[in-house]
Design a binder for this molecule. Structure first.
Ligand SMILES: Nc1nc2c(ncn2[C@@H]2O[C@H](COP(=O)(O)OP(=O)(O)OP(=O)(O)O)[C@@H](O)[C@H]2O)c(=O)[nH]1
Ligand SMILES: Nc1ncnc2c1ncn2[C@@H]1O[C@H](COP(=O)(O)OP(=O)(O)OP(=O)(O)O)[C@@H](O)[C@H]1O
Length: 720
């Protein structure tokens, strides 16, 4: 996904208001580095070390497997507390890294005010914004909202076109609460304890220190709800250890830290802390609901469901069956609140970072599954830094030799100082010519992305021209060409590498100017120049980067869901992360209507409930202990599934619905009494339940009788 750090086009008016310093250098991922107050201030050894160390890191020092925290990630942790951030320069790991400027300040653009006050949803997953303390201005927010709506509307019409029915909601009906996102005090089904953080509940040694450490990094961990979730997670996992020997709680905390790093709000961070409680402790949904309310409980339950599916998929090696793996991605995104997918991804990211503690064979299995299932999810959701990190870890385990060789080469060839100085030069060149810009960002390509490109195009590393890349987003098409002239005046261009996708858009609608220039005579730099609208299209439209990477996509409803998920996540994390109950009351009047097409009146900001598409549904089918992901038309029933299985079976012929409950098909672990029960996205249908021990003999006899009557499939009363 693309990378602007401060690119701000469509931020909702409820979003936090920031006044960033003149220059911001920030990461595409969750890894800003506050070590240097300016790009040039960080010693290059430090920058290199941080770049190299970026792959595997762990926030908390641990006696066993967890490596020491790296500058890359530790400093990334500061993002959530943006008001404390100094201007930062980023030291990205091999996950790729980035830098960026907001618009140039010498030549204010008409968007200047809005741009500085609101951050883009696009920016959320890519780069933290360094900022000075927040202040709120309702009138400016409102103006921004109108601009956002205008931009968003035209973007949706242009970009999504026939993919969706575009019917923007202009206002929320009276009495409808705008969001189930940040925790609104009125939504809570419990009273938050006063001075909870001082309550000092008794817990295992080290837990308070763990909390203190993480609180020092992220303000969100001082939030009452989050503190309460921390102590509840501690209670749930007390005495449990990870394979590495670390307390289990550490995994919960680090999962939550990943979420905090991308700006998730208190509800999501709390659910991240509690994400394993339903599966691995005495706590159930009701308990979490009573303690934390529906927002957190639903998310934890959603993660638990995803974990079950993921385990089923792993045990059945679904990842290696492309079609089914693809259905699985869609199913994950469609069945759960997108934020649950986010928590599952954060959980997987930490598990992958600590995978060395597992036996080799498991490392391989996890790496394969992560590459096939979770990397595409991170890609589709636009969380580039997680995608890069997951890919690089998997790469290391799946192709250790290639990883080693390429890492050493990249250390030699990647020049971080050059990236920042090129950014500086372009910024100056643009200012000198009076061209205002919206954002200017730079990134270095991740190790795995370089590797993939080399394999795909049969290149050597020297032939990869975009290891260093800059992206400039300006206001008008005319500015694109003016900026291009400046670029070509500043540096010699590499012949044959200029592409004008503005006058000749790609078939998928992608528009941008691309050129490759040579820095200091030896380093090729790819520079992309585009307008804000082109950029939105490249991020969210038909030309979206995830689709560009993944190739064709069959179902338009998939496109819609994915873009929805990205939008919801981006907005929620971005807009709500600073909004705690105390501040909500004052901002409620300014809450925006949900901008996403198709949101209905009760707008829960969760696309899953809005997804009344006519497209197919995907369900998991378990038959004789084998799992498959089946695609069925909308409104299909259990009988439809059974008929499909029967039709493919040589023994197929109808038989009656079993009387014995334990022999009936199960949907989500419960035997069904109505074979015409409709199936929903993500249902797990067991056609042949696992053999119950006690009734084993009886069960066999019954099956035998069924076969004798003619076939192991169900025929039911015909449907009307
Ligand atoms: N979102 C999006 N980005 C694109 C698309 N096409 C190209 N890009 C971006 O532009 C970069 C370079 O694209 P091109 O100049 O067309 O280059 P190429 O022919 O694909 O091959 P290389 O020059 O070797 O990278 C890609 O690496 C992407 O970052 C697209 O359809 N959608
Ligand atoms: N020149 C650039 N400047 C800034 N960001 C870029 C540039 N080129 C790509 N990006 C962004 O960096 C991220 C990682 O891109 P990456 O290089 O891995 O893939 P890509 O750009 O699609 O290249 P390719 O398909 O050629 O491998 C994406 O979000 C992409 O949009």
């Amino acid at each position: 996904m693309s990378v602007p750090a401060i690119a701000v086009y469509t931020s909702p008016p409820g979003a936090s208001v920031h006044a960033p310093p003149e220059h911001e250098y920030s990461s595409r991922g969750s890894a800003p580095c506050a070590a240097a107050a300016s790009p040039s201030a960080a010693p290059s050894s430090h920058r290199h070390a941080a770049a190299v160390a970026g792959g595997l890191s762990c926030l908390f020092s641990s006696p066993s497997a967890a490596p020491r925290a790296t500058a890359y990630e530790e400093l990334g942790a500061l993002w959530n507390d943006r008001s404390d951030d100094p201007p930062t320069v980023v030291a990205g790991g091999f996950g790729g890294g980035g830098y960026s400027y907001p618009q140039s300040s010498s030549s204010p653009s008409p968007f200047k005010l809005r741009d500085h006050l609101h951050r883009s949803p696009v920016s959320l997953f890519h780069s933290p914004a360094a900022s000075s303390p927040a202040s709120r201005s309702p009138s400016v927010s409102w103006l921004a909202a109108r601009e956002r709506d205008r931009l968003f509307s035209s973007f949706v019409r242009n970009a999504l076109g026939s993919c969706i029915d575009f019917a923007p909601v202009t206002s929320l009906p009276l009495g409808v609460r705008p969001a189930a996102t940040g925790v609104d005090a009125a939504e809570l089904a419990f009273e938050l304890d006063e001075n909870l953080s001082e309550a000092e509940p008794s817990c295992e040694p080290g837990a308070h220190e763990l909390l203190a450490r993480v609180q020092a990094r992220h303000r969100i961990f001082r939030d009452e709800l989050v503190v309460k979730a921390f102590f509840e997670a501690e209670r749930a996992h007390r005495g449990q250890k990870r394979a590495s020997g670390d307390p289990y709680l550490q995994h919960c905390v680090e999962t939550a830290v990943h979420l905090a790093n991308i700006g998730a709000n208190a509800t999501v961070v709390s659910a991240g802390l509690l994400h394993d409680t339903i599966d691995d402790s005495f706590m159930d949904y009701d308990h979490i609901f009573r303690m934390f309310g529906a927002g957190v409980a639903d998310l934890v339950e959603g993660v638990s469901k995803l974990s079950h599916l993921s385990k089923l998929a792993r045990d059945n090696n679904t990842a290696s069956r492309t079609v089914e793996a693809d259905r699985l991605h869609t199913m994950f995104l469609a069945m759960a609140d997108a934020r649950a997918v986010l928590i599952k991804l954060a959980d997987r990211l930490h598990n992958m970072k600590t995978i060395e503690a597992l036996p080799l064979v498991k490392q391989q299995r996890f790496a394969k599954e992560t590459m096939e299932i979770f990397v595409p999810l991170a890609n589709r959701l636009g969380i580039a830094s997680w995608k890069d990190q997951l890919e690089n870890i998997c790469f290391k385990h799946l192709n250790p030799e290639e990883h080693k060789e390429l890492s050493s080469k990249l250390v030699m060839s990647f020049d971080e100082a050059l990236l920042t100085s090129t950014l500086d030069n372009l910024d100056k060149g643009l200012r000198d010519e009076g061209i205002s810009y919206h954002s200017l960002s730079g990134r270095h390509k991740s190790l795995y992305s370089i590797y993939s490109k080399m394999i795909k195009k049969n290149l050597t590393m020297d032939d990869v021209h975009d290891i260093h890349g800059l992206r400039l987003v300006v206001d008008t098409e005319e500015d694109c060409y003016r900026a291009l002239d400046i670029v070509h005046k500043l540096w010699p261009r590499v012949t044959g590498r200029f592409k004008d996708y503005i006058s000749h858009p790609k078939l998928n609608g992608y528009r941008s100017l691309h050129t490759v220039i040579m820095c200091e005579g030896v380093h090729p730099f790819e520079i992309q120049i585009r307008t804000k609208e082109m950029h939105l299209q490249a991020e969210y439209g038909f030309a979206a980067h995830w689709r560009y990477k993944e190739g064709g996509c069959r179902h338009s409803f998939v496109l819609q869901m994915v873009e929805w998920a990205r939008w919801v996540l981006t907005w929620q994390c971005e807009a709500m992360s600073k909004e705690r109950p105390s501040s909500l009351s004052s901002s409620v009047g300014m809450r925006p209507p949900c901008p996403f097409p198709l949101h209905s009146e009760d707008c829960p900001y969760s696309y899953s409930r809005q997804c009344n598409h006519e497209g197919p549904i995907f369900v998991i089918m378990l038959e004789h202990d084998k799992m498959s992901v089946q695609e069925l038309p909308a409104n299909s029933t259990v009988v439809d599934l059974i008929e499909r299985v029967g039709a493919n079976s040589p023994r197929w012929s109808p038989y009656s619905f079993p009387l014995k409950e334990e022999l009936r098909p199960r949907v989500n672990h419960k035997p069904i009494s109505d074979p015409n029960r409709k199936l929903s996205m993500g249902d797990v249908v067991e056609l042949t339940p696992a053999l119950p021990h006690k009734s084993l003999t009886e069960y066999r006899e019954e099956i035998q009788r069924m076969y004798e009557r003619g076939g192991f499939a169900l025929a039911t009363t015909p449907r009307s």
